[in-house]
Design a protein around this ligand. Structure first.
Ligand code: ZN
Ligand code: ZN
Length: 587
C-alpha cells in the first residue's frame, strides 16, 4: 500500500507541475485496474473467512465445516473487516478505474457501509429471532452434489459441534423481539428439525461411513435437535411485555432503502411516483374497461364505481386461459414467439447460441406452480440456466382454476416476458459477458427486477400483443402489483398502515385475490424494503431511457440502448445511467 501512495503522490506532483502543459501532453495516470483486480480477489477470500456460511451458500465449499457463533466477538470481527476494507478502498480513485471496476468499487463500498450500519443501527440481531436458523445450511450439505457424499457428511458432523453455542448466543442477543419475527422463528426452526432426523438418517443409510462414525453423528444430531427445540420453547415462553413493532420506522427505513436499493431517487420521491403512477394506471384501466364492457358484459348495467367496473371486466377476461394440462406446453411454445418478435422489431440482440432450457420443475422445488429461472451460482460457470415450469398435475380443480385465471392468456405472456425473454434470462446472458464475481454476489436487485418489469412495458409499447385492449388492461393490472408493493411496504413501515387498509389497497385498488393479499401482508410484516425493488428499478430505467431519448434525439436507437444498458452487468441503475450519459457526450 505504501508503494501505491508514493505512486499516487508522484502522479499528483506531475499533474501539478505540468499544469500549464496538460493540454499538449496528456498526463499518464498509473493504471490501477490490475491492482484493483487483485484487491477484489483478496477481498472475496477474506469475506469468506468472515462469512463461511454465506460462502457455502454461494458454492464456495472451503469452509463448509464451520458454523460461526453469532456473538459480540463475531460482530466485532465483521466491523473490523468492513472498516479495514473501506480503508483499502481509499487507495483507489474510483473515477480512474474501468467501468466494470468502478461499479464493483461502488458496490463493495456500499456493502461494507451497509454491514456497519446493520450492526450499529439496524440491530436486527436483537429483534429478529428468525435470523437464527441452522437447518438450511445443513440441508445444503445433504442435498449438495459437489464432493463425495461422505465428505459432505463429515462436514455436517463438524459443523454440528457449534449448534449449542450458536443458539446460546442467539438467546443472549435477543431483546424485545417483534411478535411477528418471533412466531416466524418458532415455525421455521421447528420446521427445519427434519434435516437432523429423517433427512440425516436417509443420508447415513446410503453412506459408507463406519458404524462408529454414524453413531457419533446420530448422537450429536440428537443434541442439535434438542438445542433447536429449546430455542423454540424459549421464544414461546419469552417474557416480552414491550415487544418492538415490526414496522421499521421512517429513519431506519430510509437508510435501508439507500443501502439495499442504491437508487438515484430517495424513498420519498419513489413513493410519490408510485402514488401518481397508481392514479394514472386507474385512469387508463377505466378507459379500456369501459370500452370493453359490452364485449364482455353485454347489456349488464355498468357499476357507478370505476374500480368495480374495471374489476368486473378483468374477472371476465381472466376466464380466457389454457387448460391445466396445457399449461407447461403453452409456456414452452411462447419462447420462439418472443424471440421472433424481438428480432423482427430490432429490440435487442438475442444470442442464438445460448438458448433457454425449458424444463419441468424439479421435484425438490416443492410443486410451486408457475415459472422461475434457475441460474448457476458464481462458482459454477458451466452450469445451465433453466426455465422451470411447474405443472398443475394433481391439483384440485378449483385451485387449478383460480390459478389459471390469475395466469390467464394475457398475464401468462407477460410472465414469460418478465422471467425469460427479454427479462431475467436475457439480462443474465448479458451480465455473464462482463463477468464480475462482485456483481454475481452483490448484484443489484432493483436493477435486475427493474429490467424485467421494464421489459414488459417495452414489449407492449412496441406492439407485442397487437395492441389489443385486453392485453393492455391485463398488463396494467400486473404493473399495478409492483406499484402497490412499493406503496404497501413504505406505508406499512413508516405510515402505520393497518391490515384493513392494506387489504383495501391490494384487493379493491389493485384487483388482487384475497389469498394473494393476505400472503403479501405476511410478507410485509417480516421483510422491509425488498418489495420496493421492482417499481424502483423499473421507474429508474424507464425515466433514464426517456432522458436519453430526449438527449440523443434522432440518434437514439432502442436496440443499442438496451444492449449498452445490459453490458454493465447487474450494477445499480444510477451508475449505469451516469456512465452512459457521460459516454453519450462523445457521440
Ligand atoms: Zn376457467
Ligand atoms: Zn422478477
Amino acid at each position: 500500500m505504501k508503494k501505491l501512495s508514493i505512486l499516487l503522490l508522484l502522479c499528483i506532483i506531475i499533474v501539478s507541475c505540468n499544469h500549464t502543459e496538460v493540454k499538449q501532453e496528456p498526463v499518464k495516470i498509473a493504471d490501477l485496474n490490475p491492482q484493483f483486480e487483485n484487491y477484489k480477489t483478496q477481498f472475496i477470500e477474506n469475506l469468506w473467512q468472515i462469512y463461511p456460511g454465506w460462502a457455502s451458500s454461494q458454492g464456495y465449499h472451503k469452509y463448509d465445516s464451520v458454523l460461526t457463533i453469532p456473538d459480540s466477538m463475531e460482530r466485532y470481527k465483521e466491523l473490523r473487516f468492513a472498516k479495514a476494507n473501506l480503508d483499502s478502498l481509499k487507495q483507489y480513485d474510483a473515477l480512474t478505474l474501468s467501468d466494470n471496476n468502478k461499479t464493483d468499487y461502488y458496490i463493495i463500498e456500499n456493502q461494507l457501509n451497509s454491514s456497519i450500519w446493520s450492526i450499529n443501527n439496524l440491530k436486527s440481531y436483537q429483534w429478529n429471532p428468525s435470523e437464527y436458523n441452522v437447518s438450511g445450511a445443513f440441508a445444503d450439505l445433504l442435498t449438495g452434489t459437489y464432493d463425495k457424499p461422505d465428505a459432505r457428511l463429515r462436514n455436517f458432523y463438524l459443523k454440528m459441534r457449534n449448534i449449542n453455542a450458536y443458539y446460546q448466543a442467539a438467546k443472549y442477543n435477543i431483546k424485545n423481539p417483534t411478535v411477528e419475527h418471533t412466531q416466524l422463528a418458532i415455525d421455521q426452526n421447528l420446521g427445519g428439525i427434519a434435516v437432523f432426523q429423517d433427512d440425516l438418517k436417509d443420508a447415513l443409510a446410503k453412506s459408507k461411513l463406519s458404524k462408529q462414525e454414524k453413531d457419533k453423528m446420530e448422537l450429536l444430531a440428537k443434541s442439535a435437535v434438542a438445542a433447536i427445540k429449546d430455542y423454540a420453547a424459549w421464544l414461546k415462553n419469552l417474557k416480552n411485555e414491550t415487544p418492538r413493532s415490526f414496522r421499521l420506522g421512517k429513519e431506519l427505513y430510509a437508510k435501508k432503502f439507500e443501502y439495499d436499493i442504491q437508487s438515484g431517487y430517495s424513498i420519498d420521491e419513489i413513493y410519490a411516483k408510485a402514488i401518481a403512477h397508481k392514479k394514472e394506471l386507474h385512469q387508463k384501466m377505466f378507459v379500456l374497461a369501459d370500452k370493453l364492457w359490452s364485449k364482455y358484459k353485454g347489456n349488464e348495467t355498468k357499476p357507478d364505481d370505476s374500480l368495480r367496473l374495471i374489476k368486473q371486466v378483468i374477472d371476465k377476461i381472466s376466464e380466457t386461459h389454457v387448460k391445466p394440462e396445457e399449461f407447461q406446453t403453452a409456456i414452452e411454445k411462447q419462447m420462439p414467439v418472443l424471440i421472433k418478435f424481438i428480432n423482427d422489431k430490432n429490440l435487442i440482440y438475442i444470442d442464438p447460441k445460448k438458448p433457454l432450457v425449458v424444463r419441468k420443475e424439479p421435484a425438490y422445488m416443492g410443486g410451486v406452480a408457475g415459472a422461475s429461472i434457475s441460474a448457476p451460482g458464481p462458482y459454477d460457470k458451466n452450469g445451465n440456466t433453466f426455465y422451470n415450469v411447474g405443472t398443475l398435475a394433481g391439483w384440485k380443480a378449483d385451485k387449478a382454476e383460480s390459478y389459471l385465471r390469475e395466469y390467464n392468456k394475457y398475464i401468462l405472456q407477460i410472465l414469460n416476458i418478465h422471467e425469460a425473454i427479454p427479462g431475467h434470462y436475457t439480462q443474465l446472458v448479458y451480465s455473464n459477458q462482463s463477468p464480475s464475481l462482485i456483481k454475481s454476489l452483490f448484484g443489484n436487485n432493483a436493477m435486475i427486477e427493474g429490467w424485467a418489469v421494464y421489459g414488459e412495458r417495452m414489449m407492449l409499447e412496441n406492439g407485442y400483443g397487437n395492441n389489443e385492449d385486453e392485453m393492455w388492461l391485463m398488463y396494467y393490472k400486473w404493473n399495478l402489483r409492483s406499484t402497490c408493493n412499493t406503496i404497501l411496504d413504505y406505508s406499512v413501515h413508516t405510515k402505520n398502515m393497518d391490515e384493513d387498509e392494506a387489504m383495501d389497497l391490494l384487493i379493491r385498488q389493485a384487483f388482487q385475490q384475497k389469498t394473494e393479499a393476505e400472503n403479501k401482508w405476511k410478507r410485509v410484516s417480516v421483510t422491509q424494503v425488498q418489495l420496493c425493488c421492482y417499481f424502483t428499478g423499473y421507474t429508474e430505467i424507464y425515466d433514464f431511457r426517456e432522458a436519453m431519448k430526449t438527449k440523443m434525439g434522432d440518434k437514439f436507437n432502442l436496440k443499442q440502448f438496451h444492449e449498452k444498458f445490459l453490458s454493465y452487468g447487474s450494477a445499480p441503475v444510477k451508475y449505469i445511467r451516469e456512465m452512459m450519459m457521460t459516454e453519450s457526450n462523445n457521440i
